[in-house]
Design a protein. Structure first.
Lengths: 174, 697
């Protein structure tokens, strides 16, 4: 990682399967790099402090708040944003399900909700328990509505679409 | 044309959101996401005192930072043509009216450099003592000339004191609501650029034409030289109903640096510069005869505004609509404090007012030994309670209460408080009424028939998440007797036919009327064998001016079940049900979302939300989403909405009433009433925090 003057560093990021070589400000967050440099504006800035989840992306397969991730710390990372979920124009099942269940209104938290749900479902798949899992030793928690609500509580929706987000995720996970 | 004449095919169907695909794929571009060539970034800088003057500003260190282009403040800002809206008169004075007011802006090549420049500005102040605490004995309280938007502040009929003195049952209680912040998910943002003297703003707002007019005035430009483009808006809840300072910063900075400029208000800054709901102190007095019939209603409100601008929330106005009583008084008093200017937040007036009134009705039901639904039904009226004459175009409050009672399972409710226990949990149920006016305002629209058989309908409307784009498509399809897939509705641009903001729950009614009239005019043209393409326009000013004088309001009933932890005071809400009578539902899928969204926000108001004034520094203390708690996914267990069929030919061609705000009206009272039923403790001050209930058993 050659360090340039004025605190700039060259890094490589793979975003939605495409490799980018970028000269980034060491202060730049992944969120700002995605939005301002790569014109991938699907990931949203709702608070810039990791409190709302609108910026949720997948970093090496794990969900993360991109507003709290410095780009310079993610040299070589494989990133998937909401723009990378549909394949060949075919929506991801979660995207379809969000439309069907009207799981959003203004849509600003939606990319974060959907990326978070993708990450959350793989956490469940991998056997991670949550604060409401009845058996912490279980190989895999059952994906109840209560589990979804608990595991999705890092993603705020001010329009109040939670009643639709939970069944949207639950249906897509079937 | 009445609602029943309309050949309905699309209206009433659960069409999926037109822009759904764009929103789930990230393709929908919100204001800040427009990226003109060579764009620069601006950061607003906030005052660190609540009252006083800027003594000096030293920008040298900031300007020495690589990438920082300019620092704008009073001494180098262009003189604005119009400073009538003091919240938009940026950098025109050294005076500071509240802590957090924008006093400068830093413009830079990158967002990182702008932020660094902001940090390095040296601003010195001459500080004066501030006054930021609202009290009901505040010496500066005064009666405003009118309350939002133009209601009398003080209305009195009969002799309230006399009637209260001789009432068989009465309630005299004071309710308090804290300041609430709208907190739409998308922070207010603007990208500004100048093209040959014309100003273009990509802006997050609730109505592009109204914003265009306001900004044009600030910069003394003819409106046609300003264009506001807002295809997608990440929520507003009232806070984007008027232009916010970042729009002025974007335009001013772009002018000064000769480049396009982007500005986003940060989440923290939103708590000062983008409006909020005033705290309220509300004294309610109710008197009833031995049967429970109201003889007197008094609702006296104390609230705040800033020294910059008067905003008087119409908190007691809803009491003029709800229940019959011969003796009635509704008053508002304001204190001008050194605080940010309050503004619209979802159902201004109705929302806080109904927390107080509907809590008091619950208290009166208990005082009378009556079921709270029966008390409300007994005091219902079919004529405007203030003049006793003007009929309601439709009023189905009692129908909603009855239908809700049936669905919720109210019939066997034991009214005794504090007696249902499941382990640690105390369980209770509560009910409250909802209401919201059904207004309309004038709008213009155009409709065009293309040669290929498709239609384009244009109206300067806004979809802030309400589903307006989808509803208008359905309305246009029916008016054109075609299918929704042959209609494209264009909204979100001030270049479109002029229409009012998404506010006051009157968007769909206002824009929809104009769309129907434009489509009718187009059909008339086509019936006259006009060739294709053909276009027609409509302006509803006259139609709306000439509408019959009637009381037009939606009504509803909300039911809550709560569980209160008898040790910690934690409140959970396993069930909320809302039943509404709001004319014809245009799209049941998006309408349900509107109702449950409002109720979810109402639950936040009841249990979570509170902006705490730091009296020492004169600022809202908890200014982020970690400290200002809004409902999260885990807080919502079951929230259901239903509606009655309501035919009302006196509304608009669709027969619809607005639904964006009624969902938040009454929720907090229903929850507070349920908390009382569960615990026996009456919480009259929101939110219902743990410390207000701890050791409630």
């Amino acid at each position: 990682m050659p360090v340039r003057n004025h605190g700039r560093v060259e890094i490589t990021l793979t975003v939605n399967g495409e490799e980018h070589r970028l000269d980034v400000d060491v202060r730049a967050t992944l969120l700002d790099v995605l939005r301002e440099r790569l014109d991938l504006t699907g990931s949203k800035k709702g608070c810039d402090h990791g409190q709302c989840g609108a910026c949720t992306i997948l970093i090496d397969g794990m969900r993360a708040n991109s507003c709290l991730a410095l780009a310079v710390a993610h040299q070589g990372a494989e990133i998937v944003t909401v723009e990378g979920l549909a394949e060949d124009g075919e929506l991801h099942p979660l995207q379809e399900s969000f439309i069907e269940h009207d799981a959003f209104q203004c849509g600003y938290c939606t990319p974060g909700q959907i990326c978070s749900a993708v990450g959350m479902l793989s956490e469940v798949e991998a056997g991670w328990p949550s604060a409401v899992s009845p058996d912490l030793g279980a190989e895999r928690s059952e994906l109840t509505d209560e589990e979804i609500r608990e595991r999705m509580s890092g993603n705020i929706c001010r329009c109040g679409a939670y009643m639709n987000i939970v069944p949207a995720i639950s249906d897509a996970a079937r | 044309m009445s609602a029943t004449d309309t050949l309905t095919r699309a209206i009433g169907t659960p069409l999926r959101r037109i822009e759904g695909r764009e929103k789930v794929t990230g393709e929908a571009r919100y204001a800040y996401e427009h990226q003109p060539e060579n764009v620069a970034y601006a950061e607003g800088v906030q005052a660190r005192i609540a009252c006083g003057e800027i003594r000096s500003l030293d920008a040298s260190e900031a300007l020495a930072q690589p990438g920082v282009i300019a620092v704008i403040w009073k001494e180098n800002a262009p003189k604005l043509a119009d400073d009538a809206d003091a919240e938009l008169a940026l950098f025109q004075s050294r005076r500071v009216a509240y802590r957090g007011q924008y006093v400068a802006a830093v413009v830079a090549d990158t967002p990182e450099a702008a932020r660094e420049g902001q940090r390095l500005l040296q601003i010195e102040y001459d500080e004066e003592p501030h006054d930021v605490e609202l009290r009901d004995d505040h010496p500066k309280l005064y009666t405003p000339e009118k309350v939002n938007p133009s209601f009398p502040a003080h209305v009195e009929k009969g002799d309230v004191e006399d009637a209260l003195g001789s009432a068989a049952a009465s309630v005299d209680a004071t309710y308090r609501t804290p300041a609430f912040h709208n907190n739409a998910m998308e922070p207010h943002a603007t990208v500004g650029l100048w093209q040959e003297g014309d100003l273009i703003l990509y802006d997050s707002n609730q109505g592009a034409p109204a914003h265009r007019d306001a900004i044009a005035k600030v910069f003394d430009l003819p409106p046609e030289r300003v264009r506001v483009i807002s295809p997608h808006v990440g929520g507003g809840f009232g806070s984007k109903g008027t232009p916010r300072p970042q729009a002025v910063i974007a335009a001013m900075a772009a002018q000064m640096v000769g480049r396009p400029v982007k500005v986003a208000v940060t989440r923290q800054q939103m708590f000062a510069v983008t409006g909020y709901r005033t705290p309220t102190i509300q004294r309610i007095r109710l008197g009833a005869d031995a049967d429970g019939r109201l003889t007197a209603i008094s609702h006296e409100v104390v609230e705040q505004t800033s020294t910059l601008k008067e905003f008087a929330e119409q908190t007691a106005v809803v009491t003029r609509v709800m229940y019959a009583a011969p003796n009635r008084r509704t008053t508002h008093k304001l204190a001008r404090l050194d605080v940010p200017t309050p503004s619209w937040m979802r159902a201004p007036g109705e929302c806080p007012g109904m927390f107080a009134l509907e809590s008091a009705m619950d208290e009166l039901a208990i005082a009378c030994g009556m079921d709270p639904i029966e008390l409300r039904a007994l005091n219902d009226t079919q004529a405007d309670p203030e003049d006793g004459e003007t009929p309601f175009s439709s009023r189905n409050l009692v129908g909603c209460l009855r239908e809700g009672a049936e669905r919720f399972g109210w019939a066997d409710r034991d009214p005794t408080p504090g007696v249902r226990r499941e382990g640690r949990w105390l369980v209770g149920t509560g009910v409250a009424s909802s209401t919201y006016p059904a207004y309309r305002r004038a709008a213009q629209a155009s409709a065009r028939a293309e040669a290929d058989g498709s239609f384009v309908v244009k109206v300067g409307a806004a979809d802030i998440g309400t589903g307006a784009r989808t509803a208008l498509t359905q309305i246009a399809a029916d008016a054109l007797s075609t299918s929704v897939d042959r209609v494209r509705v264009e909204i979100g641009d001030s270049a479109l036919p002029k229409a009012g903001v998404a506010g006051g729950s009157m968007g769909t009614a206002s824009w929809g009327t104009a769309v129907v009239r434009a489509c009718e005019a187009l059909r008339a043209k086509l019936d006259d064998d006009a060739g294709l393409p053909a276009e027609a326009e409509a302006d509803t000013s006259e139609e709306i001016e000439q509408q019959k004088k009637l009381a037009r309001h939606g009504f509803g009933a909300q039911f809550a079940e709560v569980r209160v932890d008898s040790d910690s005071g934690e409140v959970r809400v396993p069930r909320l049900l809302g039943v509404f009578a709001v004319g014809r539902i245009i799209n049941p899928r998006t309408a349900r979302s509107q109702f449950i969204g409002g109720m979810t926000m109402g639950m936040g108001m009841a249990l979570h939300e509170e902006s705490v004034m730091d009296v020492e520094f004169g600022d809202y203390l908890n200014r982020d989403l970690a400290q200002y708690h809004v409902p999260s996914c885990a807080d919502v267990q079951s929230i259901e909405a239903a509606w009655l069929d309501e035919d009302d030919d006196e509304l608009n061609p669709m027969g619809s009433k607005g639904i964006g705000e009624i969902g938040i009206v009454g929720t907090a009272a229903a929850i507070a009433n349920a908390v009382h039923h569960a615990t026996g403790k009456r919480v009259r001050e929101l939110p219902i925090r743990l410390d207000r209930l701890v050791a409630c058993a």
